[in-house]
Ligand binder design. Structure first.
Ligand SMILES: [Zn+2]
Length: 94
């Protein structure tokens, strides 16, 4: 993928480093700055970056929702109680 313009850092390099960049684990200030500059100059790479960022936010918020086991247990209990109530209602009234 390339926007056709010349960049100091090639698109391929930026896209390869994108995941590391998203994790803030580039570990090299000048390299992470070069990626930031490239993302400002290059539409397609910025789009890719924005997309990856959104995916990460979505994943992390989904994980947070599933995280507390107490809540999960409580939901399961409520669900079981609800099912029991339903069963009671369904029972013939002799
Ligand atoms: Zn690019």
């Amino acid at each position: 993928m390339s926007c056709g313009n010349h960049h100091e850092t090639p698109c391929r390099d930026v896209l390869t480093a994108l995941f590391i960049y998203l994790d803030n684990e580039v570990g090299d200030e000048s390299r992470s700055q070069a990626i930031a500059i490239h993302l400002e100059e290059c539409g397609p790479c910025q789009e890719e970056f924005t997309h990856e960022e959104r995916v990460r936010v979505a994943i992390s918020s989904a994980c947070k929702e599933e995280a507390p086991p107490e809540l999960r247990a409580r939901v399961m209990q409520t669900f079981t109680e609800f099912r029991l109530t339903l069963t009671e209602i369904d029972l013939p009234n002799n």
